[in-house]
Design a protein around this ligand. Structure first.
Ligand code: SAH
Length: 341
């Protein structure tokens, strides 16, 4: 079965060449409004033919949890019964959807729950598009866009699913579709350097975020296996290339882990690493996932940020949302899979 949301509008016109031309746009719109076949206003015989070959709704809401702060966490079910997570964050500058790019993840970062059971498979471009459609529709009118920003910061490594993510970027920014501005999209990577170069050449004006989480290669290797493949210097050189090509400010994510990456020497090294690069450091308090890594206190994190600022580094502490509903990466899915076992 083919997934209809995997097609661009032009591709859909070709794919459905047997039907009148306007059907393609009708189906394209139905995808964004998460309609099912019964809601499609087309002749019964056409509908039955389509239903035999295609999936119109590849993503369904399996479970929703709402936090005290309004954050909503979704477990979404794919057509092969795999489950992914998605988070809807209410913010005063516009609501944000944080979505997954893979079922699980194979990057093996020690602090991250998404990677605990490895990577099951990539999400297709259409599954990612339908993720946005389903979550948007659940937060307002179906024929309106109920979000401003999208961050690829859920489960999975976007650059390990490079082609589908690029295709999704084309779909989500399509003027005929959600028409999301590239500036409202952020992509976070643990640092697949070759892909950063490849992606920079496409000149999408999105915000590229790097999960740095350490200031020396030795420390980074202890928490992020990708550090065995690329040094911090090689990775930051790639970010500089990206910033040069796109003119965009890049973002470093720095998850504070007690006695691992929160020393005064780390602050000085962060200052050196970020020098000469138009960037911002997002400091995050570790959300402990049951492993040996420990979080710092919020006061320690605030002091870390203040010292960075005093040293001329643009940095803020990321507000934690939805921690009462397993808001951090992969936690809810991991918990649910354990229960189902
Ligand atoms: N694979 C990509 C996309 C995931 S984004 C990447 O590594 O960037 C998820 C962000 O949340 C990353 O910065 C990740 O490092 C961070 N994160 C993962 N687990 C976390 C935890 N337990 N506490 C706080 N942040 C976490």
């Amino acid at each position: 079965m083919k997934i209809l949301s995997d097609f661009t509008l032009d591709e859909l016109k070709n794919e459905l060449a047997d039907l009148p031309k306007f059907r393609a746009k009708q189906i394209f719109d139905a995808i964004l409004q998460v309609k099912n076949f019964d809601e499609l206003n087309i002749p019964k015989s056409d509908k039955e033919n389509l239903q035999q070959k295609y999936i119109l709704k590849p993503v369904e809401i399996f479970k929703t949890l709402t936090s005290k702060d309004g954050t909503k966490k979704y477990l979404l079910k794919l057509s092969d019964d795999n489950i992914v997570e998605c988070v809807y964050l209410k913010q005063n500058y516009g609501n944000t959807i944080c979505m997954s790019t893979q079922v699980g993840c194979k990057m093996g970062c020690k602090f991250c729950a998404s990677t605990l059971n490895g990577c099951v498979r990539n999400l297709s471009a259409g599954e990612m598009l339908s993720t946005i459609a389903v979550v948007s529709a659940d937060n307002g009118k179906r024929n309106e866009r109920n979000f401003t920003n999208i961050v690829l910061m859920g489960s999975g490594e976007p650059f390990d699913n490079y082609e589908n993510v690029v295709k999704w970027l084309n779909l989500i920014t399509d003027k005929n579709g959600f028409n999301v501005s590239e500036r409202n999209i952020s992509l976070s990577t643990c640092g697949l350097v070759d892909k950063i170069y490849e992606f920079a050449k496409l000149k999408f004006n999105i915000t590229l975020c790097l999960s740095l989480h350490a200031t020396t290669d030795e420390t980074r290797k202890t928490i992020m296996p990708i550090a065995n493949r690329y040094t911090i210097k090689e990775t930051i050189d790639a970010l500089k290339f990206y910033a040069g090509k796109t003119g965009r400010r890049v973002v470093f994510e720095y998850c504070l882990i007690k006695d691992v990456n929160n020393s005064p020497a780390d602050i000085l090294r962060l200052k050196e690493l970020t020098k000469g690069l138009n960037c911002h450091v997002n400091v995050i308090c570790l959300n402990p996932n049951g492993g040996p890594l420990k979080a710092t206190t919020k006061d320690e994190a605030l002091a870390f940020v203040k010292t960075l600022n005093d040293n001329g580094v643009s940095a803020t502490l990321r507000r934690s949302q939805g921690s009462d509903i397993e808001g951090a990466c992969g936690m809810l899915r991991a918990k649910t899979l354990n229960k189902l076992k």
